[in-house]
Ligand binder design. Structure first.
Ligand code: SF4
Length: 228
């Protein structure tokens, strides 16, 4: 693993193609089925890019998200799409010892839940990968404003490529609408950012797009996947 960062340019297709050539079979895209991720999935399928798709089924997703997973698989049958679930023993121990309601009582318990249901499965999903592709956009979160298009991820050590980082809301909507990309109906019901059902609420007009995530916490607003 070299410390030099590959050149990816501004075009997501060019960037992904270059990385797939440089790291054959080692490029993994983690999708949570959000708008950005769905646009990237379409782009990967449309250009037949050899990227492996992975989603993390926390066991607490909305019905609409599970349905979208099925619709996405049907629409893009040729993509390599795997689901990772939490380790059952870790999850059982957490639920028995702390109870699911503990996530609303302390940030520590909430982060433990996120670790078991998201971060540990993510590490397994990225096992053997050299490049982790995400749908992060800098407009999504204040915490992400200093994210680079390509960087070395502090938690996993792999290259992290965020090809849609500079896309505006308008560019994203245009892509999704003009390519008939399958999307989550919850977006039309006030959920711009969708995570686990217990931890996501609709946002009010004028609120930040991620205000509905972990709404009861004053800080944080991240699960830890995209830190470091
Ligand atoms: S978002 Fe909520 S339910 Fe999902 S893993 Fe984190 S704490 Fe658990």
């Amino acid at each position: 693993m070299t410390n030099a960062l590959p050149l990816v340019g501004n075009d997501p297709v060019v960037g992904l193609s270059n990385l797939c050539q440089q790291f054959p079979g080692q490029v993994v895209f983690t999708t949570s089925l959000g708008l950005e991720d769905q646009a990237l999935t379409d782009l990967i399928a449309r250009h037949q890019l050899p990227v492996r798709l992975v989603t993390l089924d926390t066991g607490r997703l909305f019905y609409e998200t599970y349905d979208l997973i099925d619709r996405t698989r049907s629409m893009y049958p040729d993509i390599d799409f795997d689901t990772f679930v939490p380790d059952p023993q870790s999850l059982e121990a957490f639920v028995n010892e702390q109870g699911m309601a503990s996530i609303f009582k302390t940030v520590e318990a909430r982060k433990t839940c996120c670790r078991i249901r998201k971060i540990d499965p993510l590490k397994r999903a990225l096992d053997g990968a050299q490049v982790w592709v995400t749908g992060l956009r800098s407009a999504q979160s204040e915490n992400r404003s200093d994210t680079a298009k390509i960087e070395r991820d502090g938690m996993t050590g792999v290259l992290k490529y965020n090809p849609l980082l500079d896309w505006t809301d308008g560019e994203l909507d245009t892509y999704v609408n003009s390519h008939s990309v399958p999307t989550n109906p919850l977006h039309r019901k006030g959920y711009p950012s969708i995570g686990c059902a217990p931890c996501t609420r609709a946002v009010l007009e004028g609120e930040h797009p991620r205000a509905g995530r972990w709404w009861w916490e004053q800080s944080s607003k991240e699960c830890g996947l995209h830190k470091g």
